[in-house]
Write a protein of this length. Structure first.
Length: 526
């Protein structure tokens, strides 16, 4: 059956008394129909059966003619049937409809009980770049579905310069409830903190923990003693682990000694325990040290808390910090080893005592070769520890893996080195075959593997191969371990390439390159 016959069939079926047949016919028209039949679809938007209206909306979206759906789709987006609303909103997005009627229809769908409709409304308004209804949009920050509130947050950010959006977000931050208030507090820029100060202080006692967390987060940056006193008092009475963890992080970050007692109380909690341990590392070390030592050795605590205690011991820097940390460097738990390495990194950064430097250097250098899980953490702890360099050099010559080799070499990195100093000390040089680098390699008298990238690099690479200083060129587009390795083995293992490189270096050393250039200039100017 040809397309014209199919269309004729669908047109006949669209007038049938059975709703199922009418709906199927409309879907078919949308798939293969033409613009002149758009009126049939528009008319079906007023059909008494919701299945037919839904099919009409779907077909208009498929037909792809915006003008055909401009009037009827906004009406169908307000239909009593949820499937009709869903199909119409998807079609409106697909056709890229705009204008007041479409914007209003999307805005009304922001409050639809069906979360699919809310998603479609947010997608449509995002495409239009307008908030629709600022009140309803801000309320969606409290939606339980991330696909809804995440889109709402994105649209609020897009429309953040809209006065109605700004005003509604401020209102939500002040008087909103639950997740909507917490996310408004999280999203608003820091410059809004001062005008929100009173509501932030009351927010510390809000029934929703996320609101308390976000209110405290903003207040940590307020340099008013009464505000900090309020935060300390709230911490003492806080009973929710996540809220307590946030307060401990904030007040601990300020070095407020008043966190000590609450931190000790929360130390055994699996959620707030890590924050409690880190907070103890920032206060008077004499008071906190016994609790941190106990936490570090207490195997009944969660690994995360013990890891945080290890890092805090490094921060506090008491006389026995290095001894305690080295004793757990090979702990079987990954998290605890990570905390120990973080603590040792802090001790190295802050300056080890003279008698601590070699033991830490030896232990960390050995650890770099054996702890596959924390290669780069170990590397960071070694950074700046000069006593470890001999062991790191030996490790670089016999690394157990490529990752360990890369970490060791990064510790030996000396920054920029002139080619004239570096190249003569190498067994071979891999380079991009630029004119200047090629000349430096030839003067150094060492074999080479050119890896040309562009322009004259291919010419100079071919010259190095022709002169015998290179076994072959490996263009960048073919560069892999399998192509580079055999070229390097030939460059370093075949005496011919080293011999030719040395001969060329001697020739260049005895060549006067300036005189011919001056002679050429004289000829040009004479």
């Amino acid at each position: 059956m040809g397309a014209d016959h199919q269309i004729a069939f669908f047109l006949r079926e669209s007038a049938r008394p059975e709703p199922e047949r009418r709906a199927a016919a409309l879907r078919g028209l949308g798939r293969i129909g033409r613009g002149q039949y758009a009126g049939v679809l528009v008319g079906a938007g007023g059909d008494p059966d919701p299945r037919v209206r839904a099919a009409a909306a779907l077909a208009l979206g498929r037909l792809g003619i915006p003008e055909a759906g401009r009037d009827v789709l906004p009406l169908l987006m307000g239909d009593a049937d949820p499937d009709v609303r869903r199909r119409a909103s998807v079609a409106a997005v697909r056709l890229g409809l705009d204008g007041p009627a479409v914007t209003g229809a999307f805005a009304r769908l922001l409050s639809d009980p069906d979360h699919h409709m809310r998603i479609n409304a947010l997608d449509g308004l995002t495409a239009l770049g307008v908030p629709g209804d600022a009140v309803a949009l801000a309320a969606l920050l409290g939606d339980p579905d991330f696909t809804v509130w995440g889109r709402a947050r994105t649209l609020l950010y897009t429309c953040r310069e809209d006065p109605a959006v700004r005003a509604e977000l401020i209102r939500a931050a002040r008087r909103g409830t639950g997740a909507a208030r917490a996310r408004a507090l999280e999203w608003l820029p820091e410059r809004c903190t001062e005008q929100l100060l009173d509501s932030l202080l009351t927010g510390l006692h809000a029934p929703f923990p996320a609101v308390r967390i976000q209110a405290a987060r903003r207040l940590f940056h307020v340099e008013q003693q009464q505000v900090q006193d309020k935060l300390a008092a709230v911490l003492r009475s806080e009973e929710h682990p996540e809220a307590a963890a946030g307060l401990l992080r904030g007040l601990g970050g300020r070095g407020d000694d008043r966190v000590t007692e609450p931190a000790v109380r929360w130390l055994r909690d699996p959620v707030a325990g890590p924050s409690a341990a880190r907070a103890l590392g920032t206060v008077d070390s004499g008071t906190a040290a016994p609790h941190l030592r106990e936490a570090l050795s207490d195997e009944t605590l969660s690994p995360r808390t013990r890891a945080a205690a290890a890092a805090a011991i490094g921060t506090a820097g008491r006389w026995d910090a290095v001894r305690l940390l080295l004793s757990l460097l090979d702990d079987p738990d990954d998290e605890i080893r990570a905390g120990v390495l973080d603590g040792l990194e802090t001790r190295v950064e802050n300056g080890l005592r003279p008698w601590e430097r070699h033991p830490v250097a030896w232990a960390l250098a050995e650890h770099l070769a054996t702890d596959e899980k924390h290669v780069w953490r170990t590397r960071n702890a070694l950074d700046g520890l000069a006593q470890a360099l001999p062991d790191v050099r030996r490790l670089a010559d016999n690394a157990p893996s490529g990752e360990v080799l890369a970490a060791a070499l990064s510790l030996l990195d000396v920054g920029d080195v002139p080619h004239a100093v570096l190249f003569p000390r190498t067994a071979a040089v891999v380079h991009h075959a630029g004119a200047g680098t090629t000349a430096a390699v030839l003067r150094a008298g060492v074999p080479t593997v050119p890896v040309p990238v562009q322009f004259d690099g291919f010419f100079w690479a071919a010259r190095l191969v022709a002169l015998g200083a290179a076994p072959e060129a490996v263009p960048l587009r073919r560069l892999t371990a399998d192509t580079l390795a055999p070229a390097l083995r030939r460059a370093t293992g075949d005496p011919h390439h080293r011999s030719r490189a040395r001969e060329l270096a001697r020739d260049l050393a005895g060549e006067d390159g300036v005189a011919p250039v001056l002679a050429a200039l004289d000829r040009l100017t004479s």
